[in-house]
Design a protein around this ligand. Sequence first.
Ligand code: GLC
Ligand code: CA
Length: 542
Amino acid sequence: MKHPETPWWKQAVIYQIYPRSFCDSNGDGIGDLPGILSKLDYLQTLGIDAIWLSPVFRSPQDDNGYDISDYQDIDPIFGTLEDMDALIREAGKRGIRIIMDLVLNHSSDEHRWFKEARKSRDNPYHDFYIWRDGDGVTPPNDLKAGFGGSAWEWVPELGQYYFHQFSVKQPDLNWDNPALRAELYRMINWWTDRGVGGFRLDVVDHLGKDPDHGLMKCAPTLHPYIREMSRAAFQRPGLVTVGEAWSADVEEAKRYSNPDGSELSMVFQFEHMKIDQIPGKEKWERAPIDFVTLKKIFSRWQKELYGQGWNSLFWENHDLPRSVSRFADDGTYRVESAKMLAILLHGMQGTPYVYQGEELGMTNYDFRVGECRDIEILNMARERRAQGYSEEWIRDAIRRKGRDNARTPMQWDASPNAGFTTGEPWLVVNPNYREINAEDQVGRDDSVFACYQTLIRLRKELPVLTDGTYEPLLEEDARIFAYRRDDGKNRLLVVCNFFGESVENPLCGEEKGGRLLVSSYTEAGTDPDLLRPYEAKMLLFG
Ligand code: GLC
Ligand code: CA
């Protein structure tokens, strides 16, 4: 068999932009495409290869753009199609590809298709959505929507319910209808022809479903649909595709990211993100982080996917709290621990993702409920209040898990509103922007930004990062995360103290003869047998 060349995205680092919170060019308080354009040099300095752009399509913004009313237009709050073309072009000049966010599980209820669909049962678009007859009193079954309430919404004019897994304004598309699928594939190709470099597929595991049998996702139709879509739209030179799949285990991941290219390039799975969640309960319920289990999760994915699929590496995205607040220390050791998380992750096999502000060590913000804007938080607060939960409990849940933590505006500099906008920002700016901002960090050797720069550069320089095997070390150790990579030519050793106290380093003998590539501390320690709080190092041998 002929060995295909390594695709670009196996050696790439992808940067996620949440456009609303990145950079506002016109003072309306909402980030936009011209704002992103003005920051391309910053991204080039960081060294990333591609931008995953959260949705900028036309949308009523019920779920900040994850409710699309026109897949082939840009929402006026973000700019125009011409702005999008300019972004693709200007990013391209800097070697940066644009990955768009395809929300194909549902559209907005304000999409033309849905407006048609609800006109009558025999409208040609009616079957683009999922309808069940009923009486307006008892929904077809007990399925619950992701953002609260029943998954079925009554439409009296039709005497039918429609199915929605997320908000009422996000009706599920009926993937069992071939005409709908053909429309979506046509739309995807239209974007690729415009110069887009790839796609992130929102909740891809939900595309195949069987609500009558209680299946919101992963129905037997799922993989056939993905393979059909791949043949129709994804198998084009250089195109990268990444599927968001909360439900994926290793076996499922091998299907999504089958190296034969029949489905997607890679999977974006969340097993390590469920570590502080109680299985079967909502994410708001607190569970302590079991460090040894966390290590085992990473090791299992590294080993079992090797040669059989491709994973994404991430700590953050727009749905998750800030990693330095969640897994490390956003106080005294913020800088060291943010670097530790970066080194730990970027030494592994897969495609690393950096979520805007992560490269600065941005932190969670202590929201008052009234300051939150996220539909998920607001619905949770309403439901929990009705169930008698205290305000303190609700606020604590938001502080730990709320999606708005990741969505506070990007901290560019120490000027008012962190240089994000000259107007009133749509969501509060974290007041720590005076200390934590890009202007302070770019060009400074000891910054979190510089650490990310180094890691991104190494990914391109060292094939062992892309191809090497993974061997976990000190698996049962309660404080240290360590592993070895090996590609036959080079060996890499990564050693991280995951906690805030110094700890004896059982691997200091192993480190002899290695070249230190990157560390979470700028100065060498006085005691070589000790790892300082959150000390992390990556060493190269051979
Ligand atoms: C995905 C998105 C999230 C969105 C949801 C519904 O999980 O990442 O932001 O709310 O899908 O589209
Ligand atoms: Ca704006």
